[in-house]
Design a protein. Structure first.
Length: 192
């Protein structure tokens, strides 16, 4: 597995994507807190991986301004507005891919578009993925995202099966701006 991860990180380097590998989620949380200054604002999208890391609570507790659309008591409109602000105005945007192709592509599915917008356009982006999200190639990565991750998200969010959840598909193949997009792979299973 180490050779595959080394090759993947090399693929990303050629595409202006900074890749990192850490053994466990504690190391990853430390790295994210090291990368993001306390003075920076942070946006994020819904993610089991980020929940399992506990990184949003850590950022909030140390004083970062976090555009948190999941705070209790928010109306739907307030939550959607915080998603927009987090994707467009935050200094850093955090997310997790639904799947990562060993050929370098990152696959994201989004219902409302804030994930796609934040990843595509935020000033700085950090993507965190467990090694369970690795797929052989882009076709397998798309299949994993749609066939494996999507049904689990339907169940987790009590989404009606007759309503389409994954309205947008974003595939990142490369990055124009060096060092804007960072991908951190974790040597354990995180999210789905």
């Amino acid at each position: 597995m180490e050779k595959e991860i080394d090759n993947l990180i090399k693929h990303w380097q050629k595409r202006n994507i900074s890749g990192f590998y850490y053994r466990d989620k504690e190391e990853v949380a430390r790295k994210i807190l090291e990368i993001i200054p306390v003075s920076a604002s942070v946006g994020f999208c819904g993610s089991v991986t980020l929940e399992e890391l506990g990184i949003i609570k850590q950022l909030e507790s140390r004083g970062n301004k976090v555009f948190n659309p999941y705070l209790p008591g928010l109306s739907r409109e307030e939550s959607l507005e915080l998603r927009r602000q987090g994707a467009q105005q935050a200094d850093y945007y955090l997310a997790s891919a639904n799947s990562v192709a060993q050929t370098g592509e990152l696959v994201f599915l989004s219902a409302y578009g804030n994930r796609s917008a934040g990843i595509s356009y935020a000033k700085n982006v950090i993507i965190v993925c467990g090694i369970n999200k690795l797929s052989e190639n882009l076709d397998k990565a798309l299949e994993r995202a749609k066939v494996y991750a999507t049904p689990l998200n339907y169940k987790r969010l009590n989404w009606s099966p007759d309503k389409i959840m994954c309205c947008q598909v974003l595939i990142i193949e490369a990055e124009v701006t060096p060092d804007r997009l960072k991908v951190i792979l974790v040597g354990e299973k995180l999210g789905f």
